[in-house]
Every structure is written in C-alpha cells, then in structure tokens.
Design a protein. Structure first.
Length: 134
C-alpha cells in the first residue's frame, strides 16, 4: 500500500473539507442510539484515525462541535447539517470520520458491528462481522 496516500471528504455543501492520511486504524458500523439520532440513519459507519492524520479545512468557519455525551463531541457543518466527525476521551487522540462523507476510496472495509446490543430490527445487518456490545 502507498503510505503517502490520502482520502478526502467533505460535508454536503462543501463548506467543511478534510483530508486524512492513510492507513486508517479501523472501520466499523456503530449501532448506538446517539449515532442513529445524529445521522438519522439505522447505523453509522465510522473510520478511525489518529487526530494528527487528519487535516480539516474550516476556512468558511462552518464546523461546529456538539457535545453529544459527557466527554464526547460530534463535528457537523452549521450550514448543511452533515455530521462528519466524532471524538471522545474514551478513544483519546483519535478522530473518527463518518465514511459516508468521504469522496475517495478507503483502505479497508468495516469489520465490526459496534454497540450491537443497541441495534434496530428494521435494518438488514451483516451478521458475518465481529459483534461488540457497548
Ligand atoms: Zn456543509
Ligand atoms: Zn455510535
């Protein structure tokens, strides 16, 4: 794999853009209720990076952080509402990016259903992946 390769992404309106240095650390579907609400989706697919691997272009000043729970924040665009980022003391030093906001190809596929105990029953789920509760 080319160690200098990057993956880019943005919010829906393009006011917030970012670029992450590959390789990523992990990729997983999150079934927690907070992700579900924040994204209006059955579950959310996240990719994990070290914070220093990611550079965010917020020249338009539209990136806002919402404290979705104690010691956890979600980064979204004030203009279009896209939820792009997650960071938490539980994964200190990491920045998690919503895979749906990427424009390029990622270096891996999701291999885990996280917070599986919170999953909804109205959405098909890949049962072949590793399952984690909480
Ligand atoms: Zn936007
Ligand atoms: Zn979640």
């Amino acid at each position: 794999m080319n160690e200098t390769s990057k993956v880019a992404g943005s919010c829906l309106c393009g006011a917030v853009r970012f670029e992450a240095d590959l390789p990523s650390k992990w990729c997983a579907h999150c079934h927690c209720s907070l992700c579900r609400k924040a994204h209006g989706a059955g579950y959310v697919t996240w990719v994990g990076f070290e914070q220093h691997q990611v550079s965010i272009d917020n020249d338009a000043g539209q990136l806002e952080w919402y404290e979705s729970s104690a010691r956890a924040q979600r980064g979204f665009c004030r203009q279009c509402g896209s939820t792009m980022f997650f960071k938490s003391e539980r994964w200190a030093g990491e920045l998690h990016i919503a895979v749906g906001c990427l424009d390029g190809e990622l270096d891996r596929r999701p291999d885990t259903n996280a917070f599986f105990d919170a999953h909804v029953d109205w959405m098909p789920i890949d049962q072949s992946l590793k399952q984690l509760d909480g």
